[in-house]
Design a protein around this ligand. Sequence first.
Ligand code: SF4
Length: 231
Amino acid sequence: MLRVAISRLADLAVCELKPYLHFVVGERPVFGEWVRAGTVHHALSAQIDKQTKQYEKVSVEKLKQLLSEEGSCVEIPSEKVRVEFSFGDCVFSGRLDKFLKLEKSVRVVDEKFVGKGSMRVHDRHHLQLGAYCYALKNGSTSYARGSKRVELGEQLFKDFDAFYKIVERSRETRETVFESEWTASDEKKIVGSLERFGKILNGEFDLEGLKLGENCEWCEFKQACRSRRII
Ligand code: SF4
């Protein structure tokens, strides 16, 4: 099984050539400075979360019980929850910025750190966040406790509603510049994207029919890509 980060699946919404170049041709992505800055900001968010919120420590058994109860509300500290699911020949996984369970719904919050002129919520974000929700309902959920990873279970939230929200913050100041509404995940759309991803990896596509990126300047494969748009 090929292991794929859910953020890589989301590339499909930007340019269908990206997964092909990465997983079939074997090109290595060359990320710009803004990606490293995003990693530092996410770590800082987790630290702030830990310092400013009073989380109650509960046993793993108690946590599992709370997560299964319809009436409970649970917030797990930032960057602690991981999800994973299999589809076709791939195992998709990802770490959630923030996980919440509010009665009979599970919610994912994703932080994006942006420069000036951000595009706000893009199809890529809907695919990434929708896939996290899909994983919560259909895959396995675990969380980091100290240096250990604790498995919480398979299909834990299959009967729950799943929503996501995107919060954009300035890369310079960390101020919130945009916050989306809670959005229900569209499972049908996610399954369609997963099938399309599998076809691209298996070479079942026509190069002419591929959806190509419109802004190659920011692409991490631009050095290797022969279809790159030159402006
Ligand atoms: S350089 Fe442009 S066409 Fe090539 S993979 Fe990147 S976004 Fe797609």
